[in-house]
Ligand binder design. Structure first.
Ligand code: APR
Length: 311
């Protein structure tokens, strides 16, 4: 059986962690791609991870490259190319730089890996994944943005930190754009199957929801020079794994909506099924009036950013 091939476009903080996690899960051979000025860094990271494989015996190969020809015939492409936030910035502030980068990336991924499943992480996420889709002209099931998986795991983390109960037994979903208007759906959150509202007082829950919305910014402030990279990498790896192993996991992702939740023509965080067909399905469910208007609000933010791009 041929090994899968995974290309990481952007070999910075998230890219390096993606390489490590993909190797540890033996998801396939890995190419870490970056701009020519960072070629040495990609080769160094690849070699460093190659040298940790003997400890646990991961039989995958890692290479670094700044030549797009090396991503040929890739199964999964994970894109983190771009600049991260600095304190005081919101994700929209990255738009001008990252839109130029995604244009170059999309043209090359289209040329060298036209059949790949593409997971985009670069921010502002909902606009950058939309741009990738428009420029590459890939099928809608082939392109997805990583946001909800991370936002949901942040929400679960804070619920676990509040209660002291295992993160493993906490389930919930966060919908909407990857920004401060995202919507953690409290009424669907459970701990060990018990509705969260039965276990946590309303005002505490509201504080957790608010912390979730700005959780990325909390880390940006702490770092002082860059944004989160461990949890974003793990979130994307879960999506890649579900595709490669046809697990059909239900993961909130930025997917192209065509009528689902009343949204048409935009990528936004919705529950998706990810399997060998890529984004196989968007799982629609009935929102309350309040949730629906929150979703419309987050959609307006996404639309505004996309209008600025003018694609
Ligand atoms: N092609 C390929 N790689 C590029 C390009 C390009 N045109 N332009 C920049 N890069 C590379 C940079 O050289 C750098 O190595 O993208 C990498 C980004 O890595 P970091 O600066 O370490 O940023 P990281 O923390 O990994 O975040 C990347 O993901 O979550 C988002 O907001 C975050 O947009 C940011 C992205």
């Amino acid at each position: 059986m041929k090994r899968n091939k995974i290309a990481l476009i952007g070999g910075g903080q998230i890219g390096g962690n993606l390489a490590l996690l993909a190797a540890q899960k033996e998801l396939g051979d890995i190419v870490i791609f970056d701009i020519p000025q960072a070629e040495g860094m990609t080769k160094g990271k690849a070699l460093d991870i190659m040298q940790l494989r003997p400890h646990d015996g991961y039989d995958v190969n890692l290479t670094g490259s700044s030549d797009y020809a090396d991503i040929k015939d890739t199964d999964v492409v994970i894109i983190t190319a771009g600049v991260p936030r600095k304190p005081g910035m919101d994700r929209e502030d990255l738009l001008n730089i990252n839109i130029k980068i995604i244009t170059d990336v999309a043209n090359n991924v289209k040329k060298y890996a036209p059949n790949s499943f593409v997971i985009v992480l670069s921010n502002p996420l909902d606009a950058i994944v939309y741009s990738f889709y428009k420029i590459s002209k890939f099928a809608k099931n082939q392109v997805v943005g990583m946001a909800g998986a991370l936002d949901t795991s942040r929400f679960r983390t804070f619920l676990s930190m509040e209660t002291g109960y295992s993160v493993q037994d906490i389930q919930c979903i966060v919908l909407g754009g990857h920004g401060d208007t995202m919507i953690p759906i409290i009424r669907t959150a459970t701990i060990g199957g018990i509705p969260i509202a039965e276990l946590i007082p309303e005002d505490t829950l509201e504080a957790i929801v608010q912390r979730t919305r700005v959780a990325g910014g909390e880390i940006v402030k702490l770092f002082g020079n860059g944004s989160a990279y461990f949890a974003p990498a793990q979130s994307a790896i879960e999506m890649a794994e579900s595709y490669l192993l046809d697990k059909k996991r239900v993961i909130p992702c930025a997917a192209l909506c065509e009528g689902e939740f009343g949204i048409n023509g935009y990528f936004i965080g919705v529950p998706t099924v990810i399997g060998s067909g890529g984004v196989e399905k968007i799982l629609e469910f009935q929102l309350t009036e309040e949730e629906n208007s929150a979703l419309q609000n987050t959609l307006q933010h996404v639309k505004k950013t996309i209008e600025e791009i003018g694609l």
